[in-house]
Design a protein around this ligand. Sequence first.
Ligand code: ATP
Ligand code: MG
Length: 715
Amino acid sequence: MLDGLDPEQREVATALGGPVCVLAGAGTGKTRAITHRIAYGVRSGVLQPASVLAVTFTNRAAGEMRGRLRQLGAGGVQARTFHSAALRQLQYFWPKAVGGELPRLVDRKVQVVAEAAARCRIRLDRNELRDVTGEIEWAKVTQTVPEDYPAAAAKSGREAPRDPAEIARVYGMYEQLKRERGVIDFEDVLLLTVAVLQDRHDIAETVRRQYQHFVVDEYQDVSPLQQRLLELWLGDRDSLCVVGDASQTIYSFTGATPDHLLNFRHRHPHATVVKLVRDYRSTPQVVQLANGLLSQARGRAAEHRLELVSQRGPGPEPVYAEFADEPAEAEGTARRVRELIASGVPASEIAILYRINAQSEVYEQALADAGVPYQLRGAERFFERPEVREAGLLLRGAARAGGHSDPQLADVADVPSQVRAVLSTRGWTTEPPAGSGAVRDRWESLAALVRLAEDFVRAKPEATLADLVAELDERASAQHAPTVEGVTLASLHAAKGLEWDAVFLVGLAEGMMPITYAKTDEQVEEERRLLYVGVTRARVHLCLSWALSRTPGGRPSRRPTRFLNGLRPGSAAPRAGFAAAAGQGGIERGVRPKRRGSARCRVCGRTLTDAGEIKLMRCEDCPSDLDEGLYERLRDWRAEQARRLGQPAFCVFTDKTLLAIAEAVPGTEAELVCISGVGGRKLGKFGADVLTLCAGGDPGSEDASHDASEDSPEK
Ligand code: ATP
Ligand code: MG
């Protein structure tokens, strides 16, 4: 089981006791390491399968994880989203905790928000409605009640789409409407579970007896509410393993934050912390672009970036393509997809990723026109689609009848033929129907079932129709959809955690990437991370494209995304910010980057003239991402050094330099020496101590004290 892991991954898999945190970039095998960890624990008898709860962020990822666990012989382990795990517990405990049935989930939240606004006599246009709904969701996951919303939004620096007092009123009315109708929303599921576990110790104890070990994938996107739930599940135990990549934080607009990941070792000082940098997924060409994108990133997540090192052989350079308009871009993409399929790349190994779901339509049309099969991601779960449920019932009926009572099945022997015969009564045909839309979607689902039957029988030649039905049931309960043999169409958000041989990132024009409503620096940075997520989905082929106008004949007024400036051929480098000055491929060990002509704020990019600001590497009033615990420890350490050397504290480091260190949390000497106020001499004298502190250690307890005493004569 451990053979397929590298030494660091193996460390993760075998650290079965106590807290574990894996900080690693895209494609480095985080998900692989944790599935192996669970399976290793189960197979070695250390973990009881039923006592493990693995949590991920999308249903698709949870299904994927269940599939991998089954393959590794740990099928009994629960792998769920926070939401589905909470919903299950809430449904179970509701009659005991509250009485009666759990209220129904609201169907169309935006509709209820619109009604609430109307009742408050507040007119919202479509965009405002979307944004106000987003604010309500944010308030709920940060556990902010309506009356506290204005203060909380101001404190978090949120740009409210309307007067915060108005939003608070709409939010209050929305809650009232739900109560009147006896419905709950998505966020309520988590809020109510938290409330039940908090108030009812007996129920919390029952849940804790059941689940003793927790594993969380994509932990960088945990919301405060999910974090609270996780803490309640955990109680005072510490069998928690989290993995994530701060550079892939793409849900902070909903209140998620990588702080829990980045501060993990402060909260769990005895945690095993493992970093992975070997990228097993992508070629050096793809990895170079990914590293280049990150080197231009700013903010706290960016300061924790890890440079990826590809483990694969070389592949083609990324392709950049500019088109006159969107239909031309879609057609060009479909053509290139066909070429790839013709050259031997399976359709299921190709994905077209876009920023918003509304972009899918033009690609659906272009692929249908080109005769390329496709499937949409992020739509309904496979086994919940009406046509799949209906087909399941028919197959069950046929299996019960032994496959013989139906005249259509009388003389067909093998299981796939029986399945084809049953499904042809529901619209399955050998060839797909023309065009896109609902008929096509339905056909794709039925075709996937036929393929599943074929694969199943290939693996188990003696299987009967009844065996297949049992397999379908098992998969349905495991939410593991069969791979549909088509090109995947998905939003960048829905592509998180997944990978394909070939990836097309489309619509990369300003306005779409970054999306127009990303206005603040933080929002723009999140868009950059979203593009990074997109780039790192590709194993080998990567194509990035944009269109200069939306419609044919329109004014070619669009520009390619700023995020590719300096990275795609023929583009000018972006303004030299802090990160860019450090060089595209990241900072090389021990090499001090030459200072550019002027210093710029690493948050907003403004030229800095004030000496204090230059030291801080940002404007005084630009948002700080200070690690306060670290700052306090650095100050204590400095006081100690000053005492020891008989010098004033500022001779060790000034406040500004300490602040800059606590914000940047350097992980290497090269990163530390970039901070203004840390010269070569101070690096030699204090570098080891500071890095130990930044890594969460205690310099006094290790051989770092030895370094300091050795250095003291040199003062
Ligand atoms: P992401 O950040 O995108 O979620 P990840 O860190 O979870 O990525 P995985 O999906 O676990 O990465 O792994 C990426 C790919 O690399 C997978 O195809 C996986 O099977 C492969 N891989 C990971 N580790 C190894 C290894 N030690 N040897 C061979 N292949 C590996
Ligand atoms: Mg992963």
